[in-house]
Write a protein that binds this ligand. Structure first.
Ligand code: 5AD
Length: 349
């Protein structure tokens, strides 16, 4: 078994069967060995840095009906909001003053935000904050729309694949399909975004084979970023009676992802931090190297409840992150934190 892990460390590649074998046979001591290999890999490539992002949840309106998500269309208990352009720019300004150099705009798939509205918003953000990286997390759109946003200055795009098993994906996402998700991800890549994919751990119907399929999908796509988080059942969704995804399994998946994709930027996700007090430290010790803090106006935060008791950290809580990171030998980095395959000059050119 140790041999398989060593092979993964050296070659950054394994077959689906080998990944299933690891997942079926990992004991505590091998797990620690796996985490150590993942951490070594991260440090070799990015150093002992945690890259910091500012997250702005601009709208909780959504046309989709994902079975696990608290802001799904059919949840009538959501107090829906949508930030104005002015509110968005003011929130970002606040983050900019603290020193943030990456803004992540995240929202439900809200049809109010037409391509024209996004394009003009991105142009304004890039004009006002030229040295900042803009990341979109706005869901599925056409190749042409993605291309327009990229031309307007969007640098990165997060679109988790959620689960790389066609049947399970289609069951959990009524009205959507895996083929389309996959096309979106390949389109984003072709256009030149630093893109982020990723999946949920603990979905009903999941097993080690499906988890291995997620890893193989990621290996083939080779995204610049990967977000992995545990399922946290939301009481107003069809998955309300499911169990919370395992923090340990999430971290194992994070470390395997690191070894398969050594240059990926991998956040220690908000969901992991929500179910696990020392999630940040454990994630850093196992190959994670990004943290997202919340820039959304306080008055909308409770409303962006994709899962129960979502615990984001405020953008001002950098000191807490700094201390926790320091305890495990990491330092925070407030730069743009581009993927090393996309590094540019300091002036943003
Ligand atoms: N638990 C954990 N993660 C969730 N997401 C949505 N709903 C939940 C939930 N109940 C994740 C999805 C999405 C990301 C923004 O939030 O993976 O891509």
């Amino acid at each position: 078994m140790k041999k398989v892990l060593d092979k993964l460390y050296k070659t950054n590649s394994l077959s689906k069967d080998q990944l299933i074998y690891i997942l079926n046979n990992l004991d505590k001591s091998l797990q620690n060995y796996l985490f150590q290999l993942a951490r070594d890999t991260t440090i070799k490539i990015y150093g002992n840095k945690v890259f910091i992002r500012g997250l702005l949840e601009y709208s909780n309106h959504c046309k989709n009906n994902c079975m696990y998500c608290g802001i799904r269309r059919d949840n009538k208990n959501v107090d829906r909001y949508r930030l104005s352009e002015e509110e968005i720019l003011l929130s970002l300004e606040e983050g900019y003053k603290i020193g943030y150099k990456t803004f992540v705009l995240q929202g439900g798939e809200d049809l109010y935000f037409t391509d024209d509205i996004f394009e003009s918003l991105i142009l304004k953000i890039k004009k006002q904050f030229p040295d900042v990286a803009v990341t979109l997390s706005i869901g599925e759109r056409s190749y042409e729309s993605y291309d327009r946003f990229h031309r307007a200055g969007a640098d990165r795009f997060l679109l988790r694949h959620e689960v790389a098993n066609v049947q399970l994906y289609n069951e959990l996402h009524p009205g959507m399909n895996f083929e389309n998700r996959k096309n979106c991800l390949y389109n984003l890549k072709k256009i030149g975004y630093q893109e982020g994919a990723g999946f949920l751990v603990g979905l009903p119907g999941e097993n080690n084979e499906i988890l291995a399929e997620n890893l193989i999908f990621l290996k083939n796509l080779a995204p610049a970023m990967v977000g992995i988080g545990p399922l946290i059942p939301h009481p107003d969704t069809p998955l309300k009676d499911e169990k919370v995804g395992s923090a340990e399994k999430t971290i194992v998946m994070l470390s395997l992802t690191r070894l398969l994709l050594p240059t990926a930027l991998i956040p220690i996700t908000t969901a992991l931090n929500t179910i696990c007090e020392d999630g940040l430290e454990r994630g850093l010790m196992a190959g994670g190297n990004v943290v997202m803090l919340n820039l959304s106006p306080i008055y909308v935060r409770k409303k962006y409840e994709i899962y129960k008791n979502k615990e984001t950290r405020d953008a001002h809580e950098l000191k807490t992150i700094e201390e926790k990171a320091k305890n495990v030998g990491f330092v925070i980095d407030m730069g743009r934190g581009d993927n090393i395959n996309f590094r540019r000059n300091e002036d943003g050119k």
